[in-house]
Design a protein around this ligand. Structure first.
Ligand code: PXP
Length: 248
């Protein structure tokens, strides 16, 4: 069998902005985090501009894009406001996520199958603008088929359930979920859709996911920023990169 293709690491820097916003000033600056990620071999920056601007703010996008040559993956809800912002900033990629105002983080994947008519014009306009669209979905054949109908070039498979089952110590559940993710990645790749994954990934749980050969990118945020408090962002990203590389 041929070696798996390289696996990119996209670092989500939202929670640098969460800490900044806790005091309302400029420190710590997510732009500095983006520069550090670039300097230690991260492959991309991910940032979620939420409707309530609880972490990343509009001007951060422009500043991040100006400060680093790493591709920016903008996570966004499927709304007119976010579409307009994406078309104005033209990030490398836009990952469409479901967004509920009251949630603490993105819970559950996008219902690409149930929301086809709402999503189709948004995906179409992003595609036309040359922005690489990704749909954040559950690892489920029905959702991948929906992504194909929407002509999305990328899907990001939600690993939140996998991560939670691990925290609950449910080894059988973890295995089942891992297989669902691996099957979904294989189905996507077979149909010409690039497969990414993310949510809740840590040093402890990343390797079985990173070993799935069809996955091309992982997006990881909260854990890396949390670890950075103790060991620094450079080391936190480096360790994740090493763990990922060990299983490719
Ligand atoms: N991918 C997507 C689409 C997300 O919404 C998030 C969380 O913002 C992540 C990856 C990163 O998740 P975590 O912060 O748990 O690593």
């Amino acid at each position: 069998m041929s070696a798996p293709l390289p696996l990119r690491l996209g670092v989500n820097i939202d929670h640098v902005a969460t800490i900044r916003n806790a005091r309302g000033g400029d420190h710590p600056d997510p732009v500095r985090a983006a520069e550090i990620v670039a300097s230690v071999g991260g492959d991309g920056i991910t940032a979620h501009l939420r409707e309530d601007r609880r972490h990343i703010r509009d001007d951060d996008l422009k500043r991040i894009m100006a400060a680093t040559t790493l591709p920016l993956n903008l996570e966004m809800a499927a709304t007119e406001e976010m579409l307009e912002i994406a078309l104005r900033h033209k990030p490398h990629a836009a990952c469409i996520v479901p967004e509920k105002r009251e949630e603490r983080t993105t819970e559950g994947g996008l219902d690409a199958a149930g929301q086809h008519n709402h999503l189709a014009p948004i995906v179409g306009r992003l595609n036309d603008a040359g922005i690489r669209v990704s749909l954040f979905i559950e690892p489920d054949a029905r959702q991948i088929e929906a992504a194909m109908r929407l002509a999305a070039p990328v899907v990001e498979l939600h690993t939140g359930r996998y991560a939670h089952l691990g925290l609950d110590g449910d080894a059988a559940g973890v295995e089942t979920e891992l297989k669902r993710i691996a099957d979904a990645a294989a189905l996507a790749a077979k149909n010409g859709i690039e497969a990414h994954a993310g949510h809740g990934l840590t040093y402890e749980n990343v390797q079985p996911i990173a070993a799935i050969p069809q996955l091309r990118e992982l997006n990881i945020g909260h854990y890396l920023i949390g670890e950075a408090i103790f060991i620094g962002l450079e080391e936190s990203v480096r360790r994740m990169r090493t763990l990922m590389d060990e299983v490719r």
